[in-house]
Design a protein around this ligand. Structure first.
Ligand code: UT7
Length: 336
């Protein structure tokens, strides 16, 4: 009888721009204050890419780090998934641009659009494909340059968003790995968070498109209520599917949108603060990139060890949500 194939994360990487935009910088741009932003969101600063930089630049940088830690050569990859709502352009897909940049000549490549939940959606597709025996090495990237769709005259949104990318290489593992995933969507809530038209960075650079209709618009209060409800629900469903208990979870890595949302979700789950990862103060909301960047930092800081149970949970535009329980297997090439 053939043994069930399990999928796990072999390596993680991330990349963020060097330029820091602080709350004090924003005070000079819109009618806001460091005090308001800090108390309402927990964000102190975010990273902003340089003009001309593209999502694929950060996606490829994060991917190279993840590949190194996985001990995988780009030519070994079977599939590349890039979750993003800010692709370099509509066509070619950003995943194909990344494929070329990193030299993953054997890999299929496609973009996945599920807003801030996109990375966990991608993780689900990758894990299922590996478990089915269809793929052996899959690269999943969450990458977004939200500064490209942010209206820096709108104080209700511009204080929230930042740029970055995170990536994971998945492959078969003997035990543990991705124990469960749970994906959800409610299209009726779509109008609560929209980017009606997308001005790709290419067009932005060439001045080929007007800015009208190309910004994130959001009903912040409604999205807040949705997030506080759906994050614990999604996490609990993933935990149930994994057949584990919330008490046994070592680290809860939620989408980094607002510290109040994270705290409220953790409280509803009964998870103490020391078991919740947050770096929202440094990066703001980086959409699909936020969970893999957080996972990378959690590994870097030694917050998870092999055997630990980790919950990833995201929510966002769509509306969408997604959660996964991992039993951490450790990276293939241990960090120095
Ligand atoms: O990835 C998913 C994406 N989205 C989210 O996760 C966002 C979810 N929502 C939120 O995080 C919160 O709703 C916000 C941070 C966006 C807003 O916080 P809030 O506590 O819900 O504030 P509010 O929208 O109820 O606004 C309160 C007040 C308003 O003034 P009035 O009407 O009470 O006089 C706003 O005009 O704060 C005002 N305000 C600001 N003041 C200073 C809104 N933005 C700002 C600002 N600086 N940047």
């Amino acid at each position: 009888m053939s043994q069930r194939i399990r999928a796990g994360i072999w390596g993680v990487g991330s990349a963020v721009p060097e330029r820091v935009l602080t709350n004090h910088d924003l005070e000079k741009m819109v009618e806001t204050s460091d005090e308001w932003i800090s108390t309402r969101t927990g964000i102190k600063e975010r990273r902003i890419s340089e003009p001309g930089e593209k999502t694929s630049d950060y996606a490829a940088a994060a991917a190279r780090r993840a590949l190194e830690r996985a001990g995988v050569h780009p030519e070994e990859l079977d599939l590349i998934i890039v979750a993003t709502l800010t692709p370099d352009m509509f066509c070619p897909p950003t995943a194909c641009i990344v494929q070329h940049k990193i030299g993953a000549v054997r890999a299929g490549a496609f973009d996945l659009s599920a807003a801030c939940s996109g990375f966990v959606y991608g993780l689900d597709v990758a894990a299922r494909g590996i478990e089915a025996g269809a793929y052996r090495r899959v690269l999943v990237i969450g990458a977004d340059l939200l500064s490209h769709v942010t209206d820096y005259t709108d104080r209700s949104t511009c204080v929230l968003f930042g740029d970055g990318a995170g990536a994971c290489v998945l492959g078969p593992v003997e035990e543990g790995g991705v124990l469960s995933t749970y994906l959800g969507a409610d299209g009726s809530g779509g109008p609560k968070l929209t980017v009606p038209a997308y001005r790709s960075n290419e067009a932005a650079v060439n001045g080929a498109a007007s800015r009208e209709g190309t910004f994130i618009r959001m009903d912040g209060n409604e999205v807040f209520k949705f997030a506080v409800r759906v994050m614990p629900e999604a996490a609990l469903e993933a935990v149930r599917r994994a057949g584990v208990a919330v008490e046994d979870v070592r680290l809860f890595i939620p989408h980094q949108a607002n510290i109040r949302i994270i705290d409220a979700a953790a409280k509803r789950l009964g998870i103490s603060g020391d078991r919740v990862f947050s770096n929202v103060h440094k990066y703001g909301n980086t959409s699909a990139a936020s969970i893999p960047i957080a996972l990378d930092e959690a590994v870097e800081q030694g917050r998870i060890s092999p055997g630990d149970l980790v919950v990833l949970v995201g929510f966002g535009g769509g509306l969408t949500w997604a959660a996964s329980v991992l039993q951490w297997t450790g990276e293939r090439v241990p960090r120095a």
